[in-house]
Design a protein around this ligand. Structure first.
Ligand code: GAL
Length: 672
């Protein structure tokens, strides 16, 4: 496995973040001070141009790229590279005034007024033309600048537009999808129900607040269309900047499990995956360990979209944000820990929003490396500086990747369908949380896993977990069968395979599309519990655990029964099963088990899959990055108390032999 750092010029990790000098053009002293402080903090990258349109083109056709050029040059002269953003994430007032079609029409059918950001129409030909123009001008000037290491396309794409142009494109999208045959759509959406049959595509409107909201098919296709049109918009921006220099990699900052876009579709058009991480540290509703696990899942999900290379942590805060319900600064040690968690999980960067706090407006109190006090001796600045030094020590790790034999399936289609479906219990489907819970069980066993799509190739894995895989799209069942046939261990849970990719229920018992044979069972009913109600399961080899929220009632069970229900009218029936199939095994978990039950299943599945568990002290996480024949082991303490390590080891960061992990501490070692 050869090591391939993302940016050779940097000789290691990227340490930087969003920098907006255009807010300070009347303070040349501050701009000079920024460079000095960046060097002091070990910053080697600045992300510039994010939301800068009104300063780049103050009036239509009048451009001023001089301040940006000066910034780029000054940074580069001082050994600081830059990632240049296209400015499409926020529009100047002149543009919205002259071209109202750039402004979105909201779900109520109203054209929005000028303001805020992330709210442009993705399909407007005029807006696209204006974006092409400004992107082209930026690329013409900077595409061959020696300091440019990547393009940052727009900012956090998201949202929907219901204007006439988007409606037209939606109808065209549907017509293309259903081969121009409205009856195919009528069947796929089950439109005979409630007399919902259409006579032609032109009759179809998006799901709007005063319109159709009861059609599962319409709502799902609208979500897919939103990804389609956003991706088309993004690809146009990419095409523009690439046409000036195809060698500069492109990225777009994702928001991990963001509901609005299927990032897997968009990832295909990008060279590098990057994302913005803002966990709610130190909250009062979960343990610090669980907050870190949530963030770890996000890293894994982002990493897994391009497994052969590192990703970028494009944004994180060095201290606090300003938009959580409660904005708490990171406790001492947590900045180092959370940043090195990203590195351990496969990131080649630690980047911030933002370098310097602005004086006014919406984000004036958002955390930054440089606070309003303006000095380089703050707690936060020192934390960043310390991290800068650490990243230099870890430089050989840059470019290495994580290889794992375990994966969890996470699909936007399933997530969307489960959010649309009228069934189960409104508050407890919790698809994201449940996927994270399975991730946690693996992490506690010292096993980092990939987060994949049911469309991905599974040949690299020996264990695949498919939590609540409600939708079985085309080919998924046969891929899973082949995976198990060839020796893989598959763990699936309740709500598996209820619908096809149009959300039509599979007939003949769930899981559909032949998967019931693989598991050797059929789910006949699903019981949902109110929050205070529970059931239990008893394992055949002793012990029991609680069931909450969901329990499927199984029939025609030909698999081995590992656990049975303890209560209710289905007491004594199968709740957890396992079936040998080909050279592998298919485990079915019919109920939502408490963690102790999940842990038993993970233990069993790991040993059957031949994946070694790693005994970890409580609250400690482990990762391994590899490349050029060297493995780097990361141990991270997700708690505020010191933890004794099983063996003494030599930490690359401190250069010392250590036997303990400090509170929130991290050590990195080289391994066999
Ligand atoms: C991100 C966004 C940044 C900044 C940041 C604040 O979502 O990309 O521009 O607003 O949030 O946390």
């Amino acid at each position: 496995m050869n090591k391939r750092p993302l940016f050779l010029a940097l000789g290691g990790f990227v340490h930087g973040g969003d920098y907006n000098p255009e807010q300070w053009l009347d303070r040349p002293d501050i701009l000079e001070e920024d460079i000095r402080m960046m060097k002091k903090a070990g910053i080697n990258e600045a992300t510039i141009g994010v939301f800068s349109w009104s300063m780049l083109e103050p009036e239509e056709g009048r451009y001023d790229l001089s301040w940006l050029e000066k910034t780029a040059d000054r940074l580069y002269e001082n050994g600081i590279y830059f990632i240049l953003a296209t400015p499409s994430g926020a529009r100047p007032a002149w543009l919205d005034e002259k071209y109202p079609e750039a402004r979105r029409v909201n779900v109520n059918g109203d054209r929005e007024l000028h303001g805020v950001r992330h709210n442009h129409c993705m399909s407007s030909p005029k807006f696209r033309e204006l974006v092409r123009d400004i992107d082209g001008r930026l690329a013409q000037k900077f595409a061959h600048h020696p300091g440019l290491i990547a393009w940052h396309i727009s900012n956090e794409f998201g949202g929907e537009c219901y204007c006439d142009s988007c409606k037209r494109r939606f109808r065209q999208y549907l017509s293309d999808k259903f081969g121009g045959d409205i009856d195919k759509l009528n069947h796929a959406w089950w439109n005979t129900f409630w007399s919902h049959r259409f006579n032609g595509f032109e009759q179809i409107d998006p799901p709007m607040s005063h319109g159709e909201f009861s059609s599962m098919g319409l709502t799902l296709e609208w979500k897919r269309f939103t990804t389609f049109i956003t991706n088309e918009f993004m690809k146009e921006e990419i095409r523009t900047v690439r046409s000036f220099n195809p060698d500069i990699p492109v990225t777009a900052n994702f928001m991990t499990m963001y509901e609005g876009l299927d990032y897997r579709v968009m990832a295909k058009s990008l060279d590098v995956i990057s994302w913005d991480s803002y966990p709610r540290f130190h909250n009062d509703y979960e343990s610090f360990y669980d907050t870190m696990i949530y963030n770890a899942f996000c890293h894994a999900q982002m990493r897994s979209m391009k497994k052969d290379r590192p990703f970028l942590l494009m944004e994180s805060t060095p201290s606090l944000v300003n938009w959580h319900e409660v904005n708490r600064p990171k406790r001492p040690g947590v900045h180092m820990l959370s940043s090195l968690q990203a590195v351990a999980a496969g990131s080649d960067s630690v980047q911030y929003f933002q370098w310097r706090k602005g004086r006014g407006s919406f984000e004036q109190y958002h955390g930054a490396v440089v606070d309003h006090i303006g000095t380089d001796d703050t707690r936060v600045f020192k934390d960043v500086e310390a991290l800068g030094k650490t990243l230099v020590k870890l430089a050989p790790v840059a470019g290495t990747v994580i290889r794992t034999k375990a994966a969890i399936i996470y699909d936007w289609d399933t997530k969307w369908s489960l959010s649309i479906v009228k069934a189960f219990s409104h508050d407890t489907v919790r698809y994201d949380d449940i996927c994270i819970k399975w991730y946690k069980m693996l992490a506690k066993s010292g096993v980092e896993c990939d987060i994949i799509s049911s469309e991905d190739d599974m040949a690299d894995y020996s264990l695949v977990i498919a939590p609540q895989m409600y939708m079985l799209g085309e080919g998924t069942a046969s891929r899973l069968r082949a995976f198990v046939q060839n020796g893989g261990v598959l763990v699936a849970t309740y709500m598996c395979g209820y619908v096809d990719s149009d959300q039509l229920c599979w007939l003949g018992g769930f899981p559909g599309d032949g998967l019931s044979e693989l598991f050797g069972l059929r789910a006949e009913e699903i019981d949902a519990y109110y929050p205070s109600q529970t059931n239990s399961v008893r394992f055949s080899d002793g012990g029991s655990c609680t069931v909450t929220d969901y329990a499927e009632i199984l029939r025609d069970v030909s698999a081995d029964v590992l656990a049975r229900y303890g209560d209710d009218f289905y007491a004594g029936t199968a709740a957890v099963t396992e079936k040998a199939f080909g050279q592998g095994r298919a485990i079915y978990v019919a109920a939502r088990l408490e963690e102790s039950g999940m842990e038993r299943i993970i233990d069993r599945a790991l040993s059957q899959a031949g994946i070694e568990r790693k005994a970890l002290p409580e609250n400690v996480a482990y990762y391994r990055r590899s490349g050029d024949g060297v493995n780097y082991g990361f141990y991270l303490n997700y708690s505020d108390v010191p933890v004794q390590l099983p063996d003494a080891c030599t930490d690359i960061i401190s250069g010392e032999k250590v036997t303990q992990l400090a509170p929130y501490g991290v050590i990195v070692i080289t391994e066999e």
